[in-house]
Design a protein. Structure first.
Length: 266
């Protein structure tokens, strides 16, 4: 039986990074009802243990799926996906789309064979990333660094605050200080927050370093899994936050620009 046309797609992230996935999804599925859930009470995920992240994400998504009956859920967060995707798929009986670092397309793009990967502490240490590297970039040089400070910078930027160029410069310096970094020409943004800093990263790394993230690929996957289904948006999309509603303060302009209603507490 096909889903109710008003049944939403649930996008889940630790914060506002998944809005990069939302933006890509809107271009492909302009009529799909979407509920965006930001776990601001749990932010940041990158500094938590794998067990904490898995339990939190599976628990929240279970409760959210029960409440909103989505047709599909997307974990629009690299950290949560690389750790909790398997567990969530066991808990929920709807399609679950995860987010993985864009190592495969990066390997196809690089001319020099040297790729940088910037993510959270939790993401870059995952065996999942080791596996992607072995499968798609075994003949390349993949340099990984954790840059959790960029999560906070992206959250602040979307709230209208200026990003300190020194913060981006320090990330660049750490990456380029790694052995073999001289020819780096592709930068994998392995956190959905990081594309929000695209302009700042371009200013720091220059036009010869191509940035790549997974948002478009995720949107295509969601579109493929919902192909042929009817969509009926009955109002603006909903933006839900865990924790105090004050956590969404400053996001009003960014949410209004995307057609969201005012933030709601979960």
């Amino acid at each position: 039986m096909p889903p109710d046309p008003a049944s939403p797609i649930l996008l889940f992230d630790s914060g506002v990074g998944g809005l990069t996935v939302y933006d890509a999804l809107r271009k492909l599925l302009p009529d799909a009802p979407v509920i965006y859930a930001a776990d601001l009470a749990g932010l940041p995920y990158g500094s938590k243990t794998e067990a904490q992240i898995a339990a939190r994400v599976a628990g929240l998504l279970g409760r959210m799926a029960e409440r909103w009956q989505p047709r599909l859920a997307c974990i629009a967060c690299n950290t949560a996906s690389t750790i909790a995707l398997g567990m969530v798929r066991e808990v929920l009986e709807i399609p679950i789309v995860g987010t993985v670092p864009a190592i495969k397309p990066a390997a196809a793009l690089t001319r020099s064979g040297t790729i940088g990967l910037v993510g959270t502490e939790a993401t870059i240490r995952q065996a999942y990333v080791d596996d992607l590297e072995a499968r798609f970039a075994a003949d390349k040089r993949l340099l990984r660094i954790a840059a959790p400070e960029l999560v906070g910078a992206a959250e602040a930027k979307l709230r209208g605050r200026t990003v300190d160029p020194a913060l981006i410069a320090a990330v660049k310096a750490r990456l380029l200080a790694m052995p073999g970094a001289e020819g780096l020409d592709v930068l994998v943004l392995a956190c959905t927050h990081f594309p929000l800093l695209g302009e700042e990263l371009t200013a720091a790394f220059g036009p010869n370093v191509t940035q790549i993230d997974g948002a478009t690929g995720i949107a295509r996957r969601i579109a493929a899994l919902t192909q042929g289904q009817g969509f009926a948006r009955t109002g603006p999309d909903r933006f839900i936050v865990t924790g105090p509603l004050a956590g969404a303060a400053g996001l009003e302009a960014a949410l209004a620009a995307r057609g969201f209603a005012s933030a709601e507490a979960f």
